[in-house]
Ligand binder design. Structure first.
Ligand SMILES: *Cc1c(COP(=O)(O)O)cnc(C)c1O
Length: 394
C-alpha cells in the first residue's frame, strides 16, 4: 500500500504528499542551486492545481484557467489585456514586434538588457530593428539624460529613428526607480516613442517596496512578466498592454509557433505562483519574495565581512561579487561551491524561496575558503581562468 510521505510546503508547513508526486520540497535540487531563480521547481500547490485544471484549447481561446490568468494579470497591472507566452524571451519579442511597424526603426535599451544580449538577436531577426544599446552613466540604471543623449529623433534620411524605448526592471537585480521611469516615459510620449518594459522580475521590485505593478505598468505600452523565475512556476510569462497590441501579439504568437492547446496545465501553476509566491496584493503582500531579498542581504554581509567587495548594490535577490577583490576567479568559486554540493554561476548569485538555510551555511564555507586562499597568497587569476564564468556578464 502506498504510504504518504510528509514533505515541507513552500511556507515551511508539513504537508502530506503521496509518493506518486514528484514534489521534493526543500530537498529538491533548487535548495542548493544559486545560479538562477529559474531553477525553482513547481510547488506541491502547483502540482495540485495542475491536477484539477481545465483542459480546453487556448488557440480557440476557450481555456478558462488561461483566460482567468490573463484577466487577472491585466487587472493587477491596470492594462486592458494580457497574453500568456511560453517564455520571457517570447514575451519581449512579441511585444516589440507588436509595437514596431516597419523599418527603419530602432529600439533603445540598456546595453546589459536581456533583449539586447540574451535573446539570440531576436530584435534584429524578428523585427528587423536596430538596437541602440546604451551604457548608463551611473552604472546602475538608465536616466532620462542617458536617453536624450542617445535617442534618434527626426526624419533625416541618415538616421534610424528610435521607435521603442525598452527598459528592464529589475536589471541585474537592481531597481530602476519609478520616478526615473516616469521621466523617461513622459519624454517618450512627447516624442511619439513607444515604451516596453521587460519586467521579468518586476515582481521583485514590487515586493521590495519599489512601487506597485500597476504604477510601473502605467508608464509603458507593453510589459512582460515571468512566472518561472522567483515565482517558481515551471513554464511561462505574460505580456500586458492595450487590446489592440495584445490582439496583434496573439496573432504573431501563432506565427512563431507559440499558440498552445491545453495550456491550462501550465497556466494553473503560474496562477499559484502569483497568488502564493508573489502574494495577493499589488506589492506582494503575504508572498515569499521579501524573504529571499533578506537572504541576499545576509549573503552580501558574509562576503563583505570577509573583505570582499561587490560590483553592484544588492537591491533584491541578486548579488554580483567582485571576485578580483578576493583574488578569486569565477571558475575557482564554482569549483569550491561544487565541493560543498552547491551549484554556482561565477560571480552572480541569486537567492530564491527554495534556497535552504543549509545552502547559506555551505556558501559561507565557500567564502571562508576564498578568504583563506587570499590570505595564503594563492594567485587564483591563473591564465585562462574565466573571471566571471557564467553566461550573464556584468
Ligand atoms: C529570464 C529573463 C527573461 C526571459 O527569459 P526566458 O528564459 O526566455 O524565459 C527576460 N528578461 C529578463 C530580464 C530575464 O531575466
Amino acid at each position: 500500500m502506498e504510504q504518504d510521505t510528509p514533505v515541507q510546503s513552500m511556507n515551511g508547513a508539513a504537508v502530506s504528499a503521496s509518493k506518486s508526486t514528484t514534489w521534493l520540497g526543500r530537498q529538491g535540487a533548487a535548495a542548493f542551486d544559486l545560479r538562477s531563480d529559474t531553477q525553482t521547481t513547481p510547488t506541491l500547490e502547483m502540482l495540485r492545481a495542475i491536477e484539477v485544471t481545465t483542459l480546453d484549447d487556448d488557440v480557440y481561446h476557450e481555456d478558462r484557467t488561461t483566460i482567468n490568468l490573463e484577466d487577472h494579470i491585466a487587472a493587477l497591472t491596470g492594462k486592458e489585456a494580457a497574453l500568456f507566452v511560453v517564455s520571457g524571451s517570447m514575451g519581449n519579442q512579441l511585444a516589440l514586434r507588436s509595437l514596431l511597424t516597419q523599418p527603419p526603426h530602432g529600439v533603445l535599451c540598456d546595453h546589459r538588457s536581456h533583449v539586447n544580449r540574451y535573446e539570440a538577436g531576436g530584435v534584429a531577426s524578428l523585427s528587423g530593428a536596430m538596437v541602440e544599446a546604451v551604457v548608463p552613466k551611473n552604472g546602475v540604471h538608465l536616466t532620462l539624460e542617458d536617453v536624450k543623449e542617445n535617442v534618434c529623433l527626426g526624419d533625416d534620411v541618415h538616421v534610424c529613428p528610435t521607435k521603442v524605448i525598452s527598459l528592464e526592471n529589475t536589471l541585474a537585480g537592481m531597481i530602476m526607480p519609478l520616478d526615473e521611469v516616469k521621466r523617461i516615459s513622459a519624454f517618450a510620449r512627447e516624442n511619439n516613442i513607444k515604451m516596453h518594459l521587460d519586467g521579468a522580475r518586476l515582481w521583485e521590485v514590487a515586493a521590495s517596496g519599489g512601487g506597485s505593478l500597476d504604477s510601473f505598468a502605467a508608464c509603458f505600452d507593453t510589459v512582460n512578466l515571468c512566472f518561472s523565475k522567483g515565482l517558481g512556476a515551471p513554464i511561462g510569462s505574460i505580456i500586458v498592454g492595450s487590446k489592440d497590441v495584445i490582439k496583434h501579439a496573439r496573432w504573431m504568437r501563432k506565427a512563431i509557433g507559440g499558440g498552445l492547446r491545453q495550456s491550462g496545465v501550465v497556466t494553473a501553476a503560474a496562477r499559484v505562483g502569483v497568488d502564493t509566491t508573489f502574494g495577493k496584493g499589488p506589492n506582494g503582500e503575504g508572498g515569499l519574495l521579501k524573504t529571499s531579498h533578506a537572504m541576499a542581504k545576509r549573503v552580501e554581509k558574509i562576503w563583505t565581512d570577509l573583505g570582499g567587495k561587490m560590483l553592484y548594490p544588492v537591491h533584491t535577490n541578486m548579488l554580483w561579487l567582485d571576485l578580483e577583490s578576493m583574488n578569486c576567479s569565477g571558475s575557482r568559486l564554482n569549483a569550491l561551491g561544487a565541493e560543498q554540493g552547491l551549484k554556482l554561476s561565477g560571480n552572480r548569485i541569486i537567492t530564491h524561496y527554495q534556497v535552504s538555510e543549509e545552502a547559506i551555511q555551505r556558501l559561507t564555507n565557500v567564502f571562508q575558503k576564498v578568504a583563506e586562499e587570499k590570505t595564503n597568497g594563492h594567485d587564483l587569476k591563473r591564465k585562462g581562468d574565466d573571471m566571471e564564468s557564467g553566461i550573464y556578464k556584468k
